[in-house]
Design a protein around this ligand. Structure first.
Ligand SMILES: [Zn+2]
Length: 82
């Protein structure tokens, strides 16, 4: 569980998953040193692998491609979006 008392809003912002409402973290791409990672405790690190995903835009009905910027931290959801 998340200890809200210790999660004093630092630099890393979190968002709520649009699917399940769980806390979601920003996804960081590229090489990160361990020191850098330590400064971003609420960030999901994806390394250098850019994973393009597709989605159906609910408002336009168009198929869109993009790189997810947010990752739901609910293990049963794991929804990623941008
Ligand atoms: Zn979710």
């Amino acid at each position: 569980m998340i200890d809200e008392a210790n999660s004093a809003k630092k630099r890393t912002a979190v968002r709520s998953c649009p699917v399940c409402g769980h806390e979601s973290w920003p996804i960081a791409y590229g090489m990160m040193m361990p020191d850098d990672m330590a400064q971003h405790p609420r960030t999901e690190f994806a390394g250098c692998c850019f994973m393009h995903e597709e989605r159906l835009n609910p408002t336009t009905g168009q198929l869109e491609y993009g790189v997810p910027e947010w990752a739901c931290q609910n293990v049963e959801c794991r929804y990623r979006w941008w």
